[in-house]
Design a binder for this molecule. Structure first.
Ligand code: UD1
Length: 416
């Protein structure tokens, strides 16, 4: 299995262009099952998760064609298979997002329980609650979930937690339902807005995405269209932290800055200089960063997907920093790995207390999930010696050309 070797590197300097967002591309690919004409998706990141989702679509009867590195053409006119294969579902949790579109399009769907990053139990009760509210019958047996409905009928759905996936799945199921569906306490992430914009281009009637109430008026059918995926705010945040942790100076291009306000705020609180110019952000690190506290929350709060990268940074900030994780109940698996590199971190329930150390030292560590892997790359850049990161398939699920992008900034890393 491939490993990533990260050597202590000089302060990172230069420009990096951010790719399209993985978390937008995946639901939008799933939503392409709803269209009956050609769909062109631009700035789709070339990632393992995207390849898996394209395989899922193909297995369901869609025609998926790569026009160039980041452009995909999809035609779902002949989609007729309602069952996803276990091998594909078990590779990635987001493959569960085909359930809403299949239910809407074919009136039935059968899937095995989803896989993906091992960050907590990650149930799907809210997705199912939404499908049931729209009139679907749900059967769970032998690890499979089936949903059936002759005709989905619009209804009011209240989410007990603003789940990103549940909001997306219910929205996709509701676009072809009869009448109006309301999703209250819906997730407000930018990726939800991107999905709604895409669905509307295809002919759907979705209003309120980006607020806590989304209204969907059902339409007869969806057509086709061209859509460009929004930039990946988490990839952007990761490179911004790379500037901070190495005391470097990085210009991050292709960012929607309003999407990363908490990341900008926390970097500034730590003493970095952050300058914004339209869709470009420059981050200049500081020699003596100040301790910071973060608490992860649904959008527009601090993103859980940036928690581990910030923890790598906090590990070398002199003083005490605190990190509270409220979105997932088991998202501290990177802590043991950072401790192997000399970090001083104590966990108390959902809080991590980080006592900054002067330096980290290299070790053999494991990427326990996608963002944890990114945190270890960041830690490796400032650790004496060569850090060996195992299980890097997690990193490849979510970061396009990670080595090349880091190398262009002066980082020393390679695969072995
Ligand atoms: C998405 C993102 C992931 C990010 C997460 C939170 C994608 C492909 N992935 O994941 O990168 O970390 O949002 O921002 O977009 N929950 C329930 N019941 C449900 C569904 C979720 O209790 O039916 C809980 C989960 O266990 C978790 C919390 O809600 O504690 C957040 O999960 P959710 O927002 O659904 O995350 P995902 O959509 O899986």
């Amino acid at each position: 299995m491939e490993k990533l070797m990260v050597e202590k590197s000089p302060p990172l300097k230069g420009k990096v262009r951010i790719s399209g967002a993985k978390n937008s591309a995946l639901p939008i690919l799933a939503a392409s099952l709803l269209g009956t004409e050609d769909i062109i998706l631009e700035d789709v990141p070339e990632l393992k998760d995207v390849r898996v989702m394209c395989e899922v679509l193909t297995s369901l009867g869609a025609k998926v064609e790569k026009l160039d590195k980041n452009t995909i053409k999809i035609n779902s006119a002949d989609v007729n298979n309602y069952e996803t294969k276990y091998e594909l579902m078990s590779k990635m949790r987001a493959s569960f997002l085909v359930m809403g579109p299949l239910l809407a399009r074919l009136g039935k769907t059968k899937n095995s329980l989803p896989g993906g990053c091992a960050i907590g139990t990650r149930p799907i009760d809210l997705h199912l609650k939404g499908f049931r509210a729209l009139g679907a019958e749900i059967d769970v047996d032998h690890g499979n979930i089936s949903a059936y409905s002759d005709k989905l009928i619009g209804e009011k759905v209240y989410l007990d937690f603003p789940s990103v996936g549940a909001t997306e799945n219910i929205m996709m199921a509701a676009v072809l339902a009869e009448g109006e569906t309301t999703i209250d306490n819906s997730a407000m992430e930018p990726e939800i807005v991107d999905l709604a914009n895409f669905l509307n281009k295809l002919g759907a009637n979705v209003k309120g995405a980006g607020t806590s109430t989304i209204r969907i008026k059902g339409v007869e059918k969806l057509g086709g269209g061209t859509h460009r995926i929004i930039p990946d705010r988490i990839e952007a945040g990761t490179f911004m932290v790379a500037a901070a942790i190495t005391g470097g100076d990085i210009i991050v291009e292709n960012i929607i800055t309003s999407h990363i306000k908490p990341v900008i705020a926390k970097l500034k609180e730590s003493g970095c200089i952050v300058s914004i110019n339209n869709d470009i952000v420059r981050v200049q690190g500081t020699k003596n960063p100040k301790p910071i506290d973060i608490k992860t929350l649904p959008y527009p709060g601090f993103p859980t997907d940036m928690q581990s990268q910030f923890m790598a940074y906090m590990s070398v900030i002199q003083g005490t920093s605190v990190c509270i994780e409220t979105v997932f109940e088991n998202r501290f698996m990177h802590v043991d790995e950072l401790k192997r590199m000399g970090a001083e971190i104590k966990i108390d329930g959902r809080s991590a207390i980080i006592e900054g150390v002067e330096r980290l030292s290299s070790a053999t560590v494991k990427a326990t999930d996608l963002r944890a892997g990114a945190a270890l790359v960041l830690a490796g850049l400032i650790s004496k010696g060569t850090t060996e990161i195992k299980d890097i398939y997690h990193i490849d699920r979510g970061y396009e050309n990670i080595e090349e992008k880091f190398k262009n900034l002066g980082a020393k890393l390679y695969r072995a």
